[in-house]
Design a protein around this ligand. Structure first.
Ligand code: 13P
Length: 251
């Protein structure tokens, strides 16, 4: 049985004090909920204080990116060890906003995936196509290239410790969700690529999240699909009740 993993990606939202408050609300709402692995990813600035709120609870701490180097002259960056030291367990990598606005390449994402795995943390590897790519018939090529790039040189044993997040770029923050069928078909394809890269056993064991305007109203339909094993939630994760509404919609 694959794990259902639901992670809130707070993106560049919430001050530190607001983050602590929201984290407290998430912890309260998540009490006793065991349907899914639950995680939240605040900003780096708020992460250490949010860590204190999450300690000893069923909500894990995630961050939204990481640098691949151990330490040193990398202005503006945060290392894996720094994240691990405060209790970070999961790291979102290759988000489309990083790719789109900050020029992140598959090669760079791969370095980060390797580093996060080395540290024993869980990478959430984000992939997804633009509307232009989908309409241009390039969906499968784009996803295959992103997956091959992110997993280059990663052993099957390590790949088994990753989570994939399929986030169609056209569904992020737009209010337009992929239909249950579109998401299912695409995620089945993603799983088939993992099978080609590794094995059927590996492909069957990796949780694949859906992300893109997921909220309580559409979560049940999406999460009931065979190849959708959770969600990466943006906007709806900024409200504890809505976020837990998604978690509770899991079958
Ligand atoms: P929204 O849920 O706001 O569409 O964002 C999805 C996302 O990008 C999560 O990483």
């Amino acid at each position: 049985m694959r794990k259902i993993v639901v992670c809130g990606n707070w993106k560049m939202n919430k001050t530190v004090s607001e983050s602590v408050q929201l984290a407290k609300e998430v912890v309260a709402a998540a009490q006793g909920v065991d349907k899914a692995v639950i995680a939240i990813a605040p900003t780096f600035l708020a992460a250490a204080k949010v860590a204190d709120v999450l300690a000893g609870t069923n909500v894990k701490l995630a961050v939204q990116d990481i640098h691949f180097a151990d330490q040193g002259a990398f202005t503006g960056k945060v290392s894996v060890d720094m994240a691990k030291d405060i209790g970070v367990e999961m790291v979102i990598l290759g988000h489309s906003e990083q790719r789109q606005y900050f020029g992140e390449t598959d090669e760079l994402i791969n370095k980060k995936v390797v580093k996060v795995l080395e540290a024993g943390l869980t990478p959430i590897v984000c992939i997804g196509e633009t509307l232009e790519e989908r309409e241009g018939g390039k969906l499968e090529d784009v996803l295959t290239t992103q997956l091959k790039g992110a997993y280059a040189g990663v052993s099957e044993a390590d790949a088994a410790k990753t989570v994939v997040a399929y986030e169609p770029v056209w569904a992020i923050g737009t209010g337009v969700t992929a239909t249950d069928e579109q998401a299912q078909d695409t995620q089945a394809y993603v799983r088939s690529v993992l099978k080609d890269l590794y094995s059927e056993a590996l492909a069957e064991s990796v949780s694949i999240q859906y992300g893109g305007s997921m909220k309580p109203g559409n979560a049940a339909g999406l999460l009931s699909q065979t190849d959708i094993d959770g969600g990466l939630i943006g906007g709806a994760s900024l409200d504890a009740e809505m976020f837990l509404g998604v978690v509770k919609a899991a079958p």
